[in-house]
Design a binder for this molecule. Sequence first.
Ligand code: CP3
Length: 354
Amino acid sequence: SANDAPRAQQPSAPYDSAFLKACRREPVPHTPVWFMRQAGRSLPEYRKVREGIGMLESCMRPDLVTEITLQPVRRHGVDAAIYFSDIVVPLKAIGVDLDIKPGVGPVVERPIRTRADLAQLRDLTPEDVSYVTEAIGLLTRELGGTPLIGFAGAPFTLASYLVEGGPSRTYENAKAMMYGDPELWAELLDRLADITAAFLKVQIEAGASAVQLFDSWAGALAPVDYRRSVLPASAKVFEAVAGYGVPRIHFGVGTGELLRLLGEAGADVVGVDWRVPLDEAARRVGPGKALQGNLDPTVLFAPTEAVEAKTREVLDSAAGLEGHVFNLGHGVMPSTDPDALTRLVEYVHTHTAR
Ligand code: CP3
């Protein structure tokens, strides 16, 4: 059942957890595991509590956020919780007219295309997101020694939604601004960096033990454009939270050519998708960083033996790393069998126990 999932012994304080040790590249009792999108539609208990409640509304209710964040920890015995929210929550909190449409994603009412449209963005204050502070207070008490990961969308990925007006495959409007009006683009990303930094600070000050910056769509960019037009804004975010000493994770999809730059932006841990094996990713990132990843999330639709074989491949390619946090290469897909995730956590714990 959901509550007797085998789990690694829990540390008494987050600082001593396998997850934070791996992020700091210290020796670990076992390789820590968590999953991007571990809270969400793959879980029947999630679908039940979300019934009749919109996604954004649920993100603003501390009782629901707490329950949903804890669900995968209880069920799977993962080594870290990730705060239940969405990358567009801080934008909503400062008054941007947007919604999250089921099966679609974030949709922005008035896309940002001109300098005048920038007026939609103002600085974020802790009062704008008081429900986040409240929920994290509740959560850290419930979680005990299990660390809580806070997160935010990176300036480029947020800009992609704001400029396109919704999800996109090509980012044509965002790229048109980036190449055609670099000054406006830089101003937009700089404002988003300030909002993102303020949002991460709220989460850390409330008790988050690590933060992850999701630049999910950065893989759409060539390294030269990433370095010139995106990295400065993401670096500003990482620099703003450097003083807290909590590990900073940087993740994107299809970022094989950007891995070194994702680290250079200021991350302590670089997230890797399934397209680059971890030993090769470590060479690309260079020394001094832990890696997170990178099982293809669709592997979980195969029989258990195949999942285990692919998991062994990931663990083998991570064998020489200084710090490894096991994760999927992208988020859990909604139709994933939750029992396959529970078995995967157990498999990684058992096969990496030292
Ligand atoms: O468990 C966790 O990882 C925490 C929860 C989380 C959500 N969104 C909840 C959510 C996190 C970390 C995010 C981040 C997020 N949101 C990203 C970056 C991560 C990634 O997957 O690359 C992005 C690009 C978004 C934007 C977004 N929000 C999309 C693309 C979608 C999916 C649309 C759909 O319905 O398929 C959302 C909605 C969303 N965010 C859901 C959840 C659980 C589904 C909404 C629902 O359950 O009704």
